[in-house]
Design a protein around this ligand. Structure first.
Ligand SMILES: [Zn+2]
Length: 241
């Protein structure tokens, strides 16, 4: 449910959002109003239809958007108990809370913020499917093997519009793919094939090149480490018995 910042990079100046939004964002950040700046971005994404306010309704404590320092992460989505959708009988709503790291709210960080919000919002759509499904999920260990994370990075490749972002999204999707089980890979095969063609087109080289870099290897090692500790925690808890 989290997004790892693997580059700690500075953002490009070009923006997916309109010039008006970009100006308002920068003005509010410069004035020290991080909450206002975040609100401007959320409103723009909502009016573009990228965030569905119905899925973002909350129940119980806690603001939907929270700004806090999250070491190593730009953004994170968590979920409270799902609740009945007042508009659609028989359906439940996922009840999300977003935490945006205050380090993500920088004047030059608009596009990274935008892609992080889209990534985390993808988890809201996944949670919405899960709270309305009775299909049991395969047991996986750690962040790397989680099919929801692959899906979120894959969706980033699908909407990516600038090379720098594509490079990151392709690296993360490419490395996560290595960790997926056969069954989980099968579910993504056609999207992943199309995404690889897009990666080749945008970057000018295949994803196999992207995952062969030292940055990719460092990321792979971190995922292996997370897999190992998830497995150990599961065994300590008497998992599988
Ligand atoms: Zn994620």
């Amino acid at each position: 449910m989290q997004r790892l910042d693997i580059y700690g990079r500075t953002a490009a100046q070009a923006s997916a959002l309109g010039a008006e939004t970009a100006r308002a964002f920068r003005r509010l950040i410069d004035a020290g109003d991080q909450a206002g700046a975040l609100r401007v971005v959320v409103e723009a994404m909502t009016s573009r239809g990228q965030l569905d306010p119905r899925l973002l309704r909350t129940s119980g404590e806690g603001e939907l958007w929270q700004i806090r320092d999250v070491p190593g992460f730009r953004a994170q989505a968590n979920f409270r108990s799902s609740f009945a959708d007042p508009d659609t009988p028989g359906r439940r709503l996922p009840n999300p809370r977003f935490t945006i790291s205050s380090t993500a709210l920088r004047a030059d960080g608009l596009d990274d913020l935008y892609t992080s919000i889209l990534h985390e919002y993808r988890h809201v759509e996944q949670e919405s499917e899960q709270v309305n499904s009775t299909t049991p999920r395969e047991q996986t260990f750690g962040y790397g093997a989680d099919p929801d994370e692959f899906d979120a990075y894959l969706s980033e490749v699908e909407f990516s519009y600038r090379r720098e972002h594509m490079r990151t999204a392709a690296l993360q999707a490419g490395v996560h793919w290595e960790f997926l089980s056969e069954a989980n890979r099968a579910a993504f095969l056609s999207r992943w094939t199309a995404a690889q063609a897009k990666i080749q087109r945008v970057l000018g080289h295949p994803v196999s090149d992207v995952v062969a870099t030292p940055t990719a290897e460092a990321y792979r090692q971190r995922l292996r480490e997370m897999e190992r500790s998830a497995r150990e925690a599961w065994e300590r808890a008497g998992g599988g018995r």
